[in-house]
Design a protein around this ligand. Structure first.
Ligand code: C2G
Length: 130
């Protein structure tokens, strides 16, 4: 079984995220999503999520491409996650291009093109103008 892992906040889930998850799943048979916790988002990314971790987890678990959702609690858990879950491929959008190349010692590292025209920031801004 070829296992793939990806990380993210996935708040205000949108089709750009789905495009990423679909392509990530196409790289293997089993997709793990490490979902940023509310604390990690606030303390490390300065992101205040609209949906709580539990709500975002439920949304992701409803997606056909996703097989397992685990918490992302810090920047430094990736090597441990790759080892613990015997991950073959690590996937991220290319806004992270090169940032996780250190994982090449442990698994394949793939950066996929982002879906350019959509972002949570843009959604929030457009909703304000309606
Ligand atoms: N993404 C995408 N296209 C978009 C928006 C997002 O392909 N229009 C991808 C991102 O590149 C990322 C994933 O969807 O791979 C999740 O995006 P975010 O929730 O914004 O993730 P981020 O906050 O970048 O967290 O340790 C890694 C971090 O947790 C990544």
């Amino acid at each position: 079984m070829k296992k793939v892992i990806t990380y993210g906040t996935f708040d205000l889930l949108h089709y750009g995220h789905i495009n990423l998850l679909r392509r990530a799943k196409e790289l293997g048979d089993y997709l793990i999503v490490a979902l940023s916790t509310d604390e990690f988002n606030w303390n490390e990314k300065g992101k205040k999520c609209y949906f709580t971790y539990e709500q975002r987890k439920k949304l992701l678990e409803a997606i056909r491409y996703v097989d397992l959702v685990i918490p992302e609690e810090n920047w430094d858990q990736k090597v441990q996650d790759v080892k613990e879950f015997r991950v073959d491929t690590f996937v991220m959008g290319d806004d992270w291009q090169g940032k996780f190349d250190f994982l090449k010692d442990y698994c394949q590292v793939v950066y996929l093109p982002r879906t350019p025209e959509i972002s949570t920031t843009q959604i929030k801004q457009e909703l304000k103008t309606r």
